[in-house]
Ligand binder design. Structure first.
Ligand code: NAD
Length: 346
């Protein structure tokens, strides 16, 4: 295992971009829990709309696709984490490719500003959508290893933006010697994530649909695609631990690495797990013309195991077991008239 002992001092400034979102919010909490005293949390959403808003962090509402804002955000930062992007589940990224592509502006300006500010480490949140889609046409997919991104045939829009931003990170190291770190996330889920509104991903959407079915008394569930498509899903705590380990490992400088679970399940199996949490069995219908993404996708974790002697290891059953009650609480809260995580302020 080659993880370095390097850590920023507790009073050095850490910047988290996209801190009002799911993973960025959890990362801010992680650094607060570790005792960091100067955390700058930035998102383009007004602070009242952030999923987690922690008083210990300096919270700024800034659009990071703007160069001047990136310069402001990076001032005095030792470490910069870019979790900001316009993104969502398949329903969003298949429909809004322009929005997804425009996230290129965020990384382009943020990495330059981080470099000019003298930041020592820069983390970029890439995605399994950067992988060649030709390798993902079968539900019995071979797990994707890091070299499978090239020859490139990424997911249109979102995936190409990720691939190009990865390249920026690689070249900032090659030409300018800024240490950059790149993780390709595979489907992250958990509490404090998007669960409604159109940007939610399959685990949260299916938990919500089970909750809605129970609540309405109509014991039916609509599934996007034929349910046979396969994926792996990573619990948020594993994602945060992985981001931290990757960003502090010198063997991973400018080297894209998978950060995902290797527990492959079909969407039908995911539905069964969500039904198990709700204690119901529902009548399933399949919406075959809905966005469904590639047929199969899994994470090959050989590299992360070799280098960090670890891989995301929360089982899907355990992770959904923690996520389902959180979404149920949100659902019940909204019905009772409370504003919940994905709502806009009144
Ligand atoms: P999220 O949508 O919850 O959070 C992203 C945040 O970025 C949002 O709060 C949004 O307001 C903010 N943002 C968007 N444009 C911005 C801008 N111009 N300036 C400042 N902030 C801006 O998404 P997430 O799930 O937390 O994803 C975080 C990162 O991880 C993204 O880069 C995403 O592409 C990547 N990723 C996530 C997953 C997943 O399963 N959640 C999978 C692969 C990759």
């Amino acid at each position: 295992m080659s993880q370095t002992d390097y850590r920023a001092a507790k009073d050095e400034l850490i910047l988290v971009g996209g801190a009002g979102g799911f993973i960025g919010g959890a990362l801010v909490r992680h650094f607060v829990d570790l005792g960091y005293t100067r955390i700058r949390a930035v998102d383009k959403k007004p602070v009242e709309m952030w999923y987690q808003h922690l008083p210990e962090a300096e919270s700024l509402c800034l659009d990071l696709s703007d160069e001047e804002n990136c310069i402001k955000a990076c001032k005095d930062a030792t470490e910069v984490y870019n979790l900001a992007a316009d993104m969502g589940g398949m329903g969003f990224i298949e429909r809004f490719r322009v929005e997804c592509l425009r996230s290129i502006l965020i990384n382009t300006h943020l990495i330059e500003a981080a470099n000019k500010a003298g930041a020592r480490r820069y983390f970029y949140a890439s995605s399994a959508c950067a992988y060649n889609t030709d390798l993902q046409k079968d539900p019995e997919v071979r797990a994707l290893k890091e070299s499978d991104a090239y020859p490139a045939m990424a997911e249109r829009g979102y995936g190409w933006e990720k691939l190009l931003s990865e390249m920026f990170c690689e070249e900032y190291w090659a030409e300018r010697k800024m240490m950059t770190f790149i993780a390709r996330f595979h489907n992250v889920y958990g509490p404090w994530g998007t669960w409604d509104g159109g940007r939610e991903k399959a685990p949260a959407a299916l938990c919500r649909k089970v909750i809605e079915a129970k609540d309405s008394g109509k014991h039916e569930i609509e599934i996007w695609g034929d349910g046979a498509q396969t994926r792996s899903f990573m619990y948020i705590d594993d994602c945060i631990k992985g981001i931290d380990m990757i960003t502090h490992c010198d063997d991973l400088i400018a080297t894209p690495i998978n950060l995902g679970s290797s527990e492959l399940v079909s969407i039908n199996e995911l539905v069964s797990i969500a039904e198990g949490c709700g204690g119901v069995t529902l009548e399933r219908s399949y919406k075959l013309d809905a966005p469904r993404g590639v047929a199969g996708r899994n994470s090959d974790n050989t590299m992360i195991q070799d280098i960090l002697a670890w891989q995301p290891d929360t089982t899907l059953r355990d992770g959904i077991g923690k996520t389902y009650p959180w979404i149920e609480e949100q659902y019940v809260g909204r019905k009772a008239g409370k504003r919940v995580v994905t709502d806009v302020p009144l």
